[in-house]
Design a protein around this ligand. Structure first.
Ligand code: MTE
Length: 293
């Protein structure tokens, strides 16, 4: 999968400063061999890599979609992730040690942003449940929170003090243990770039993209529902569950269709972003909750 010419050619223009220097110095190792898991069918063309790596939401680096230059200043190693809270074996892992310990595979998932654009990406990574098994959640744990790094020296967005930094997102333990919940360490066969949440992030392909916290440094198991970043900013627009539903409009726009990055084509949005067969059972007793925004 690793295409050396693409990395040296078009890719190099997107990889300035810290990230490029660290890759060139071998500090960020190449991805391990990863088999594509065919259980998760994309049912769409893969989004051109250039689109997926240059049109980003990562407010720590700024509120525009064009944050590649700022994000590429973020050093990607050393990087540790602390996994703590209601677990029998809390631990702090170096990212490369973790990658060596866990089964790594490739999955092509659709990602639907709440802003009504979408992309289809080949992620390389591990199932979150494999990491959680290492720390052994206790039976009292109900929720999982994901905290993004706060690096003021390279993240100009943190100066926007009206945002509730750090970026924290969360889900239930049942959602975290679902087979779809994935921690990418790479995309398009290459280590995950900073703008896409390198060295690793979480993705929930059936939820709006704002749930997928980037550049994660801490995962905490708790018995209290985490107040997520966007909920704190605008609770009427962004909820805890945020499952994709074309029939429930955002207060300011319809969610019935989505624009594909790359082709610009508009296509219908699907319930649970088309992943209902894997996840609808998680919500059967929660009809009174605001599941869809
Ligand atoms: N994580 C952090 N830490 N900060 C952010 O601003 N934006 C979210 C999510 N994760 C965001 C974040 C939103 S709104 C989306 S749609 C996805 O990241 C976008 O991921 P991408 O840039 O890889 O497409």
């Amino acid at each position: 999968m690793l295409n050396r010419r693409a990395l040296m050619g078009a890719g190099a223009a997107l990889l300035p400063s810290a990230a490029l220097a660290q890759q060139a110095a071998g500090v960020v190792p190449p991805l391990p061999e990863a088999q594509r898991n065919l259980r998760y069918r994309p049912e769409r063309e893969i989004t051109p890599e250039r689109e997926a790596t240059t049109y980003n939401n990562f407010y720590e680096f700024g509120t525009s979609k064009n944050i590649v230059r700022e994000a590429s200043r973020m050093p990607m190693r050393p990087w540790t992730i602390q996994v703590d809270g209601m677990v029998a074996k809390p631990a702090t892992f170096g990212v490369d040690d973790l990658i060596r310990q866990l089964p790594i595979e490739e999955r092509i998932y659709r990602l639907r942003c709440v802003e009504a654009w979408a992309m289809t990406v080949p992620w390389t990574g591990f199932q979150l449940s494999e990491l959680l098994k290492l720390v052994e959640p206790t039976s009292a744990a109900r929720y999982v929170s994901f905290t993004t790094a706060q690096l003021p020296a390279v993240m100009p967005g943190l100066r926007q003090s009206w945002y509730p930094w750090p970026h924290v997102e969360g889900c239930t333990v049942a959602e975290a243990m679902n087979e779809l919940t994935f921690m990418p360490i790479g995309m398009y066969g290459k280590p995950l770039l900073a703008q896409n949440g390198g060295p690793f992030r979480v993705v929930f392909p059936w939820k709006y993209g704002f749930k997928s916290g980037k550049s994660v440094v801490r995962i905490t198991l708790t018995d209290r529902r985490p107040e997520n970043f966007w909920f704190k900013i605008q609770p009427s627009e962004y909820g805890f569950w945020a499952n994709v539903n074309p029939e429930v409009a955002h207060p300011r726009w319809s969610q019935a269709t989505e624009r594909l990055l790359g082709s610009g084509e508009r296509v219908p949005t699907r319930l649970f972003n088309g992943y209902g067969e894997f996840v609808s059972g998680l919500y059967t007793n929660l009809q009174r909750e605001r599941l869809w925004a």
